[in-house]
Design a protein around this ligand. Structure first.
Ligand SMILES: [Cu+2]
Length: 212
């Protein structure tokens, strides 16, 4: 490639990066995208949508999550979920609800999506799912989460929690959770241990796919 060709390629990539509107890496390592589709709209009364991107560059992983249509003015738990046995996770559909409450709770996602793995909190490598700081939606139900974490640190924390497993982003799914604490839910709606079902109720899911 000549110098001029290289410059042209670089500028085209830079334009694409600007057009895509996220912190992408025109020159760097792998890039992954999850398109978030709404779940439990019957409870939220709105369609929670958005996009999560994962960009590896220079030994760091940048996690960027843009959400709209979420229940406003509350914190939203968000993680990637997956299987610790190498299986690829998928997003459940509302029709996969095994009981008759028409609500897909966290435990009912497990056969499709596995377990909660990495929290998208202020410091993901702490792996502190219950106590981490999650983003809060604004009055319109939107938020933007953006964090860069050293890849080695996150991988080490992950392998400690899930021995023998790698991050394997393209086998994971992103979940957004959370409805207001005042939301009435039937007793059939289950949660994780003592955590209220309103906190863990899935409101959007997206399969993470490797992008070109
Ligand atoms: Cu989750």
């Amino acid at each position: 490639m000549t110098h001029t060709q290289a410059l042209k390629t670089l500028s085209a990539a830079a334009v694409l990066a600007l057009l895509s509107g996220c912190a992408s890496n025109p020159f760097g390592g792998p890039h992954y995208v999850a398109q978030l589709q709404p779940l439990n709209t019957g409870v939220t009364g709105s369609a929670t949508t958005g996009q999560a991107t994962f960009t590896e560059q220079g030994g760091a992983l940048t996690i960027d999550v843009q959400v709209k249509g979420a229940p406003p003015n509350i914190e939203h738990w968000q993680h990637f979920h997956g299987f610790a046995d190498g299986r690829a996770a998928t997003c459940p559909k509302m029709s996969d609800d095994p009981d008759t409450d028409k609500i897909l709770d966290l435990l009912e996602t497990a056969p499709f999506a596995g377990t909660t793995m990495v929290p998208f909190i202020a410091h993901p490598a702490t792996m502190d799912i219950p106590k981490g700081t999650y983003p809060k939606a604004d009055a319109s139900g939107a938020y933007h989460y953006h964090v860069t974490v050293p890849m080695a640190e996150l991988q080490a924390a992950f392998s400690k929690q899930f021995p023998g497993q790698k991050l394997d982003l393209d086998k994971r799914v992103v979940f957004i959770h959370g409805v207001p604490g005042s939301t009435k839910l039937p007793a059939s709606v289950q949660s994780l241990g003592p955590i209220p079902a309103q906190v863990t109720l899935p409101i959007a899911c997206g399969v993470i796919r490797k992008a070109g």
